[in-house]
Write a protein that binds this ligand. Structure first.
Ligand SMILES: Nc1nc2c(ncn2[C@@H]2O[C@H](COP(=O)(O)O[C@H]3[C@@H](O)[C@H](n4cnc5c(=O)[nH]c(N)nc54)O[C@@H]3COP(=O)(O)O)[C@@H](O)[C@H]2O)c(=O)[nH]1
Length: 708
């Protein structure tokens, strides 16, 4: 550290008044001491101002005794130097002020002669401010170094001049795997750790333009080749004399992975990994917009697996999940990369065919062909958990432009078309047609009307007699649901039963039917109209109703609630219920059978009609389906089927009833085949409870029902 050299004092004659004045006015703090006894001869104004010492406290005192020195050592050192060299080159030390504060000073001494006496002129240059700022700088440099080293994120320091790496911190080594010795002195391109080096120029330009970078997403390679997704923040710093770029490379790879996973979950179906409704809608919007620009179109194919519920119910959900997985895979495998296969939930899949070109007919033909291929792909047998399954599906199609301009419209119309396929027999394809919309609206209206009907208790039970012609008496009745519509009058179940089923309202309705039918039997028994030994009421049990976990308890509560003999209740189930889940069906039937409740297999002959399952079931009665009765008296095969069913019932020792008997010919044929229990319009349709009671009076049934 250098300070401008003071004017040589040996020429001053302090004895002269002029020089005393000059000494006093010198801007630098001065002290004149005797060269032999080192007593202080004088101090100047600048000295007094700097240290606050007065003439009395200093002048005439031996220098060594001055409180000016922080330690005695200081003066001895100065003295030693002065006596050796006769002068003192600048020496840096701290001196004490009168208020005990300390000042950092540079001190010089020059020999002078005053009135013939050898003296020493000590000049003191106050460098306190500079020392303080140097200390502050040092402190801040230390702080910077500490922060740099200990920063939790990887940090790199680049020399701006050379672009070379000047330093890296511990975290850099930990995350990137490079030791400082491997990187310091190299430039970033030499290190080759940018994943996309071509982007570096632009990033540097931005840093220069804006003077800093904030969370700039940049990918790097770690030493072992892993890709690190980083957010880089940079700014310029001075390190010593060097202008540097300090960059923090925050590793956000884990956060990105989590974000990507969350995003994937938000846009994909968890079971199949296929896009979900959200992503499908997004893709549709994109394709619709692109299509407009490039004169292309797209189509939406809405898939629904036929009878998927049966697989779930009978083989379990794990098997059901595997089926859905396989269906998703097959659909994906049969479309192009640009197309989207999405799962909306349950057994509903949607395929978006994109980039279609040509006129309306060509597009429709193209879509029809693809839909057929997809239908075939789904239909080829699949082996899951040892079960060989044959799947079927229904497909509703909506074409962009022709059937809708927005994603929502297309989805809605493809769904409507699907509804149309299902209504007309499943396992095929239907393109959207405006009248389908009407059907859907009517269906929704019917559903809401049925909800109201349930609340307003508009349902009624009618009873259709069942007759034993040998005993010539009514041995039972089938309870059949009717809807007493406030405007339309009496509505049959053919109009609304499917809606009750699909909407789940059948559960509430079915329970009402059960209680109402049991109440009616109790009423007939109380009035002595029927005998518990010969009479029973049959009620139809829907699959959903039967599958309820507490179904057995519901039946028990109804029977016990009205105290009727359980054998007066007969439950009609279809073969479909049995096949859906044989074990559950058998268990429930056994429980109810033990209680005394009886069972009839309804619509027998239309389903599987398998002897093997029939033998396992605690069934009392087979009902020959009316479709076979219709033509049984004719030339066709129905007569043979009826004979086969009759012989099957006989060999299994089951009761038999022929339903839907409408004509004398049918009746005669059945009599001849030794079938004697009937239900049908030939005898009576289902009638209101009061009318049914009228059949049962003291007169013989034959008279009331015009039995032959
Ligand atoms: N789960 C429930 N299903 C029910 C209930 N009530 C009825 N149903 C089911 O609705 C289907 C249609 O019933 P419906 O219109 O009442 O028709 C029944 C008879 O009226 C009709 N029938 C009777 N005899 C003849 C005939 O000589 N000719 C002819 N064309 N039709 C006739 O058959 C229906 C009875 O069939 P089935 O049930 O198979 O014995 C009907 O399939 C019921 O299952 C209910 O409360 N719950």
């Amino acid at each position: 550290m250098t300070v401008e050299a003071p004017m040589p004092m040996s020429y001053f004659d302090l004895g002269g008044q002029g020089l005393i004045g000059l000494f006093q006015r010198l801007p630098i703090a001065c002290m004149l001491v005797h060269a032999e006894n080192y007593k202080v001869l004088a101090i100047n104004e600048a000295f007094r101002r700097l240290f606050g010492w007065s003439d009395q406290q200093v002048v005439g005192h031996p220098s060594a005794e001055l409180s000016l020195w922080v330690t005695l050592n200081q003066w001895e050192m100065l003295c030693g130097a002065m006596s050796c060299q006769g002068r003192l080159d600048q020496s840096e030390l701290e001196l004490r002020c009168s208020d005990d504060s300390l000042r950092s000073c540079l001190i010089y001494a020059e020999p002078v002669e005053i009135n013939g006496e050898a003296c020493r002129l000590l000049m003191v240059h106050d460098i306190s401010d500079r020392v303080a700022s140097e200390k502050a700088l040092k402190r801040s440099e230390n702080k910077f170094a500490a922060l740099f080293r200990g920063a939790p994120d990887p940090c790199m320091l680049f020399e701006k001049r050379t672009a070379k790496i000047a330093d890296v911190n511990r975290s850099f080594t930990e995350v990137f795997g490079y030791e400082p010795t491997e990187v310091v002195g190299k430039t970033a391109p030499e290190l080759g750790f940018w994943r996309f080096p071509e982007k570096r120029e632009a990033v540097i330009a931005k840093l220069m333009r804006e003077g800093r970078l904030r969370n700039e997403p940049i990918d790097f390679f770690a030493r072992d080749g892993r890709v690190l997704h980083c957010e880089v923040s940079s700014n310029f710093v001075m390190v010593g004399e060097e202008r540097c770029t300090l960059s923090t490379l925050k590793d956000v790879s884990e956060r990105k992975r989590i974000e990507a996973r969350i995003k994937h979950q938000a846009y994909h179906d968890a079971l199949t990994g296929l896009p979900n409704r959200l992503l499908l809608s997004d893709r549709m919007r994109q394709h619709l917009a692109l299509g407009e620009r490039h004169n292309l179109t797209c189509a939406l194919l809405f898939f629904d697996l036929d009878h998927f519920k049966r697989i779930n119910d009978s083989l379990g959900h794990t098997c059901g999940d595997a089926v859905l997985h396989e269906v998703g895979r097959r659909l994906r495998a049969h479309v192009r990369k640009a197309d989207t296969v999405a799962r909306l939930g349950g057994d509903e899949f949607v395929v978006l065919l994109a980039g279609l070109s040509g006129n309306a007919e060509q597009v429709a033909e193209q879509v029809r062909r693809t839909a057929m291929q997809l239908l075939d792909a789904v239909a080829s047998p699949v082996c899951i958990e040892g079960h060989s399954l044959q799947l079927g599906c229904s497909v509703g199609v909506a074409l962009a432009g022709e059937h809708g301009d927005t994603a929502e419209e297309l989805l809605k119309h493809a769904d409507t078309a699907l509804y149309g396929v299902k209504a007309s027999g499943r396992n095929s394809i239907a393109f959207f047609e405006p009248q389908m919309q009407v059907a859907v609206s009517q269906r929704l209206l019917l559903e809401s009307e049925l909800r109201r009907a349930l609340e307003e208790q508009e349902f009624r039970l009618f009873y259709q007699p069942q007759l034993d012609t040998r005993a010539r008496q009514i041995i039972g009745a089938e309870a059949l649901l009717r809807w007493q519509h406030p405007q339309k009058g009496l509505v049959g179940p053919g109009v609304f039963m499917h809606v009750l089923e699909e909407s789940g309202m059948i559960l509430q309705t079915g329970q009402w039917v059960l209680q109402e039918a049991v109440r009616f039997v109790a009423h007939l028994l109380d009035r002595g109209c029927v005998s518990a030994d010969t009479f029973s009421i049959s009620i139809n049990i829907s699959p959903r109703q039967f599958r309820q976990r507490d179904f057995v308890a519901q039946v028990a509560a109804a029977v016990h609630g009205q105290s009727i003999p359980p054998q007066c209740l007969k439950l009609e189930i279809t073969e479909g219920i049995v096949i859906d889940n044989v074990d559950d069906t058998v268990d429930k039937m056994h429980e109810l059978r033990v209680m005394g409740v009886r069972f009839a297999i309804d619509d027998f002959g239309t389903g599987y009609s398998s002897l093997s399952y029939l033998k396992r079931l605690p069934v009392d009665l087979l009902k020959i389906d009316q479709s076979f009765i219709r033509d049984c008296a004719g030339e066709g095969s129905d007569a043979e089927i009826v004979r086969a069913i009759i012989s099957m019932a006989r060999s299994l020792k089951l009761d038999l009833i022929a339903e839907g008997v409408e004509t004398a010919e049918q009746f005669a044929f059945l009599q001849q085949e030794d079938c004697h229990v009937y239900q049908g319009y030939y005898f009576s349709p289902a009638v209101a409870p009061e009318a049914f009671c009228a059949f049962l009076g003291p007169l013989a049934a034959s008279e009331r029902l015009a039995l032959p």
